[in-house]
Design a protein around this ligand. Sequence first.
Ligand SMILES: [Zn+2]
Length: 230
Amino acid sequence: MTKETLTIENITLTLERKNIKNMYLRVLPPNGNVKVSAPSFISDEEIVNFIRLKKDWILKKQRYIKENNIKAPLKYDNGEKHYLWGKEYTLQLIKNDNVKHVLLDKEKSIIYLPIAKRSTIEKRKKTLDEFYRNQMKIAIPPVLDKCTKIVGKTPSEVKIRNMKNWGNCRYHDKRITLNLNLAKKDIECLEYVMIHELCHLIEFNHSKKFKNLMDKYCPNWKEIKKRLNE
Ligand SMILES: [Zn+2]
């Protein structure tokens, strides 16, 4: 296999020539880098023509990645950046059968992720999610205590889930569910979501009345909300 960097039609790309039958083109998040894999026998001219033909598509794809802030999919590999309570950590994999859970070095900002033999991305994600869930379990009680005093309402229980929304409040049984990914954001975000859900125990919608409650109990909620969804 050979690898080189080229610029064709103002597009910078990495070209890999290898023992394959067809030409492949990829535009990768987060920077819109262009990667071309080509069969060894194909001429430079054919590659130039191929890029010319695909130019509009490449530019469109790059624009889409930039405008929608598309991130590279997580691989849970060594050196990858992960977050805990708004702080950046570097992931370090450990292959040790005696270690079953994630270990944290706050000083060095390292998250040690234990991996088993034949570990997959899904398994690594599961181990890390379990860690985030535990972090949430530790963080919630004091936040809940603080926020129930502010809002003057108490939920029947607080559950943690991996879900689409940041939080949810069930009207009929007053149960609040929080997204475990809140452990990646700073603690103020957790407080904001908690207050938001507690306010639903007073006002079960996002009406003007609800927003007035938010203004009262969490004056900078708009700023926190923006940060949360970045
Ligand atoms: Zn809501």
